[in-house]
Design a protein around this ligand. Structure first.
Ligand SMILES: Nc1nc2c(ncn2[C@@H]2O[C@H](COP(=O)(O)OP(=O)(O)OP(=O)(O)O)[C@@H](O)[C@H]2O)c(=O)[nH]1
Length: 461
């Protein structure tokens, strides 16, 4: 099980305190046990799980929930904060001259990361270069050269050499006048003594300002051991998690960061040089916990409100997430979502909706894109509907579909598509019924009257 599944287990665990205004020891114990089970199954290191549960237990019982928050919100917030505390803020980079060493297991994504990071620095206005010291893997030179070309940064390597330390020395000399030199190293299947010796030698020649450990997001319990070994060899200052576009959600990275007392610098989200993001603790943990990126959603809702002519009352987040809406509401929401972006991405950000792949699959293929043209069609369809049909779309049968299509100058397919969308949304929303606390929080946040009490205004709760 990957950490992504943690979200649903956690939701179950939190249901146990749902509805209670105060939490007793027994309820907290139950939640902590469920969280422990979920974290362990998600390959988070045992001692880290124990530490986390101690803090959650201690805080849930001793801290007074802020006024107006339920027991569930209280515990959720603590779990969230404790996990954010483990990952910490993103690794800081000064935008100045520096040398960065990349280390990691074979196939973890070092070569790809070196090009991505070089591109990132060059977009920040610095002049980066890449040195490829991997003489071990046939093809590493070519791959690195090609990636560097794509990132439009200079590259140094030597396909005929078997001396990585020599290449490192030559590369550093070659790029003396560049601002940022990123040194890529060879990986091995397992962390071998030979590799450790090699990387130590490269490190002493390169004298990096920063050494980053590159980890594949799917690395499990062994993350701690790897991180320890690399930390001992070169001192890990930060972690890069790659392949977060896959199914894994990076549980192992949590252990690595904790173990090396470092932080996460970048995350890799694809094979292209542009597929890299600076690490954002809020978003990462929200997604990790399966709670959706609430902050991002709220930001987009607010942006959409400014951009579209939908007035605030109409775009009520509570209504957006509640089950009782009609076709009229669907239209308003679509209009708003149209200015927020693709519908499927918006859905991913709604708490609890991330795992609802089935429902999203039910939508017609290109439905995620709410285009202007489509909105015009729906406007026409709705104009031809009676008030009763708009309020009770389930009463619209085949003969009404025909009538509405004729009356609006659209096709029966258009009418059915709108109804189908309505049904999917309604089912989704009623499944989210259990997430009412979250809805209320979203509403409060969107209204800007949420007490962020000492959390720097960064928390979604
Ligand atoms: N989907 C996805 N694939 C990635 C990502 N980062 C790297 N990859 C792929 O993972 C594979 C291994 O990446 P490399 O960059 O060659 O890994 P490496 O650590 O340099 O490998 P060695 O040189 O053998 O140690 C390649 O096929 C990359 O395209 C990512 O963020 N997402």
């Amino acid at each position: 099980m990957v950490l992504g599944d943690l979200g649903s287990s956690l939701q179950d665990a939190l249901e146990k305190v749902a509805g209670r205004s105060r939490i007793d020891e027994e309820a907290v114990e139950e939640v902590v046990r469920d969280i422990q089970r979920a974290l362990l199954q998600a390959d988070v290191d045992v001692s880290l799980v124990n530490d986390l549960s101690d803090s959650i237990r201690e805080r849930a019982l001793n801290e007074e929930p802020p006024a107006g928050t339920s027991a569930r919100e209280h515990v959720l917030r603590i779990v969230y904060e404790e996990m954010v505390a483990v990952v910490g803020d993103a690794t800081e980079f000064e935008l100045e001259e520096q040398t960065i060493l990349l280390a990691g297991l074979q196939g973890s994504g070092k070569t790809t990361t070196s090009a991505k990071m070089a591109r990132w620095f060059s977009r920040k206005g610095l002049r980066p270069a890449i040195v490829q010291t991997d003489t071990f893997r046939p093809g590493a030179y070519e791959q690195s050269k090609e990636m560097a070309d794509r990132a439009e940064v200079p590259f140094y390597g030597d396909p005929d050499s078997e001396d990585p330390v020599g290449i490192a020395r030559e590369g550093m000399a070659e790029f003396e006048d560049r601002d940022v030199v990123i040194v890529d190293t060879a990986g091995r299947h397992a962390l071998e003594d030979e590799l450790v010796a090699e990387i130590e030698d490269i490190e002493s020649v390169v004298d990096p300002d920063m050494s980053l450990l590159v980890l594949d997001a799917s690395i499990g319990q062994s993350a701690g051991e790897q991180a320890d070994a690399f930390d001992e060899a070169v001192g890990v200052d930060g972690v890069v998690i790659t392949k977060l576009d896959g199914t894994a959600k990076g549980g192992g990275a949590l252990t690595a960061v904790d173990q090396t007392d470092s932080s996460i610098a970048f995350i890799g989200t694809g094979e292209e040089v542009s597929d890299v993001e600076r690490f954002d603790p809020d978003g990462f943990i929200s997604r990790l916990l399966g709670m959706g990126d609430i902050r991002a959603l709220v930001d987009r809702v607010e942006e959409a409100m400014e951009e579209s002519d939908v007035d605030e009352e109409e775009l009520d987040p509570e209504k957006l997430l509640s089950g009782d809406f009609t076709l009229r509401d669907v239209y308003k929401q679509m209009e708003a979502m149209g200015s927020m972006g693709r519908l499927d991405q918006v859905m991913d950000m709604i708490p609890g909706m991330g795992g609802m792949g089935d429902l999203k699959d039910e939508m017609p293929d290109d439905f995620a894109e709410v285009t202007e043209q489509r909105l015009d069609t729906y406007r026409a369809v709705m104009d031809s509907m009676t008030d009763e049909e708009l309020d009770n779309p389930s009463r619209v049968g085949a003969s009404e579909v025909r009538r509405v299509a004729r009356g609006s100058g659209t096709s029966e397919e258009d009418v059915r598509e709108l109804l189908e969308y309505y049904n999917t949304m309604e089912r989704t929303m009623s499944q989210l019924g259990g997430g009412r606390d979250m809805e209320r929080m979203m509403k409060k946040m969107s209204e800007g009257d949420m007490d962020m009490g000492g959390m720097g205004g960064n928390m979604p709760f």
